[in-house]
Design a protein around this ligand. Structure first.
Ligand code: ATP
Ligand code: MG
Length: 287
């Protein structure tokens, strides 16, 4: 299972939109995908059409070590399972404050589902607290969505510093895969200036031991597209809401990019129908 966290502690940059639609595109391509909502705002959960107020299960119970991961998964689409969030997650940070090894609870839990999915895509809250540390400890790659406007890079250094610390102390595999430019308008000059700044910054890390030394600006940019903002309010992915719009086109391309080029250079195995049927039946039993 390839594990990717979509992370930026800045709010409203396109994290949840990216997780929902990339996960959906990968699942539509026949891959088995697990998405995790690690944000108390529960926007990913809502994006897939679930109501966090009526959900008992989810990532909170896993983090409190009250349950294994598999029993907390909801099958939300064909080939796509979600570990939802609810408002209880707000309390997780303080409840876990005295628990030894609290940064690696999610990673430990994921070991039992490692072979059941091709991809894990994790949506983080806009913070660098314990929930995000759990995400960083658990994944192989980080994707940083960024809205290329004034102050876009403010906080970027702090984000990378946190990644570096986790890389050194908890998760030596952790790498920044790339920066995904979201809500991009190529006609304006500022986005292109911000893009050039990031490019220069990433270039300067080439050949170093930094966790982002191989990172690049992902060649697909997500164009600003109102359909992407409308879809979640209907509990729909962009492929269900408006499959031919720019947003759908762009996120399909992001999924292709993720599939085609991975750090380990391994093409994920296409699932057999038998595997699909087996895991669907299992998860349907639980929900
Ligand atoms: P938070 O930090 O609060 O979790 P986020 O980083 O997850 O936010 P999103 O919720 O994905 O960001 O996006 C913020 C807002 O911008 C949402 O209303 C979303 O629908 C909208 N949005 C995201 N991407 C696009 C786009 N490409 N074009 C237009 N609107 C977009
Ligand atoms: Mg979000």
């Amino acid at each position: 299972m390839k594990k990717i966290a979509v992370l930026n502690q800045k709010g409203g940059v396109g994290k949840t939109t990216t997780v929902a639609n990339t996960a959906a595109a990968l699942a539509q391509a026949g891959l088995r995908v697990m998405a995790i909502d690690l944000d108390p705002q529960s926007h990913l959960t809502i994006s897939f059409g679930l109501n966090p107020e009526t959900i008992e299960a989810g990532s909170y119970r896993v983090l409190c070590q009250d349950s294994d991961i598999e029993s907390q998964l909801a099958r939300v689409r064909e080939n796509l399972w979600l570990m939802p969030a609810n408002i209880n997650l707000v309390g997780a940070e303080s409840e876990l404050v005295s628990v030894v090894g609290r940064e690696t609870i999610l990673r430990d839990g994921l070991a039992s589902v490692e072979d059941k999915f091709d991809y894990l895509i994790l949506d983080c809250a806009p913070s660098l607290g314990l929930l995000t540390l759990n995400a960083l400890a658990a994944v192989d790659e980080i994707l940083i969505p960024l809205q290329p406007h004034f102050l876009a890079l403010q906080g970027f250094g702090k984000l990378l510093q946190t990644v570096q610390l986790v890389n050194q102390r908890i998760n030596p595999k952790l790498r920044v895969r790339g920066v995904l430019l979201c809500m991009f308008d190529s006609r304006a000059s500022l986005p292109n200036e911000v893009k050039a700044d990031i490019e220069q910054f990433l270039q300067s890390a080439r050949g170093t031991k930094q966790a982002w030394s191989q990172a690049e600006i992902i060649p697909v940019h997500i164009r600003r597209n109102i359909k992407l903002a409308e879809a979640p309010s209907y509990g729909k992915t962009i492929f269900e809401y408006e499959p031919n719009c720019h947003g759908a086109e762009d996120y399909r391309a992001v999924a292709e990019y993720i599939r085609g080029k991975s750090f380990n250079d391994e093409t994920p195995p296409e699932p057999t129908q038998a595997e699909n049927n087996h895991s669907e039946a299992q998860h349907n039993q639980k929900w």
